[in-house]
Design a protein around this ligand. Structure first.
Ligand SMILES: [Zn+2]
Ligand SMILES: [Zn+2]
Ligand SMILES: [Zn+2]
Ligand SMILES: [Zn+2]
Ligand SMILES: [Zn+2]
Ligand SMILES: [Zn+2]
Ligand SMILES: [Zn+2]
Ligand SMILES: [Zn+2]
Length: 234
């Protein structure tokens, strides 16, 4: 089967990956390796698309992270960070030009997914690059999400001693919230990064690892403040 995909100027043909290729091939959109069926260009030796990447829906509307405008699928020459998870992997992005708001295909299609099991009892949490395992914790270990003590079951990273998260926090922290102090836009759960380093707009602290962010207004709120129940004064 041949298709003309908007990301490439030649037609692409669907075929199984040639097992004799020593180095394997990577998808020109998401960068991950191609294992079974792949759309390849016959004229360019190095342009390939996963079947799943080539067949992404051309537009997402009413997305919970960005309900205001439709998000068309674009192919970008450069890589951009996804506003939903912070990853830079995909050149195929859902993009609101007006707000400069980007979503990776994963976040666009599965906005509620937080982790998946990757074998040996480990999980791949959407805001951490390494798999996390349930491990014994010390009494003074702090959860990267809620900043409370990790006395209950928690996932830790073998590579990053400072990253650990309660089993309950990994499963229950909402990926986007509508905060009363910023009703215009959803605040989206992200890992902090140095590119966008601001203190929490409520408490002014900046020692949190995860953050709720409006990337359009450059507002950060740590999960503790963002999810705090409203105080009733009278
Ligand atoms: Zn791909
Ligand atoms: Zn080509
Ligand atoms: Zn994403
Ligand atoms: Zn927009
Ligand atoms: Zn926690
Ligand atoms: Zn790690
Ligand atoms: Zn705060
Ligand atoms: Zn905003």
């Amino acid at each position: 089967m041949e298709i003309q995909h908007f990301s490439h100027h030649h037609p692409l043909k669907l075929k199984p990956v040639d097992p004799s290729r020593i180095y394997g091939i990577n998808c020109s959109a998401c960068g991950r390796s191609c294992l079974d069926l792949v759309y390849s260009c016959r004229e360019c030796a190095d342009f390939h698309l996963h079947k799943s990447c080539a067949e992404l829906p051309p537009k997402i509307t009413h997305h919970p992270f960005h309900p205001f405008h439709p998000l068309p699928l674009v192919f970008s020459g450069a890589r951009y960070a996804c506003c939903g998870c912070g990853q830079w992997d995909s050149k195929l992005l859902y993009w609101c030009r007006e707000c400069n708001f980007t979503l990776s295909p994963d976040c666009a299609l599965e906005p509620t997914s937080k982790y998946e099991f990757v074998g040996e009892g480990k999980i791949q949490y959407f805001l951490h690059k390494h798999p996390l395992a349930l491990m014994e914790v010390d009494d003074d270990d702090i959860c990267s999400a809620c900043k409370k003590c990790c006395s209950s079951e928690s996932y830790s990273c073998q590579h990053c001693p400072s990253f650990r998260i309660h089993k309950s926090c990994a499963g229950q922290l909402p990926r986007a919230i509508q905060h009363f102090s910023h009703p215009q836009h959803p605040l989206i759960l992200r890992a902090k990064d140095s590119v966008f380093d601001r203190p929490c707009v409520a408490c002014q602290r900046s020692d949190n690892v995860l953050t709720y962010r409006c990337s359009m207004c450059r507002i950060e709120m740590d999960p503790e403040c963002a999810l705090m129940p409203t105080k009733h004064l009278i």
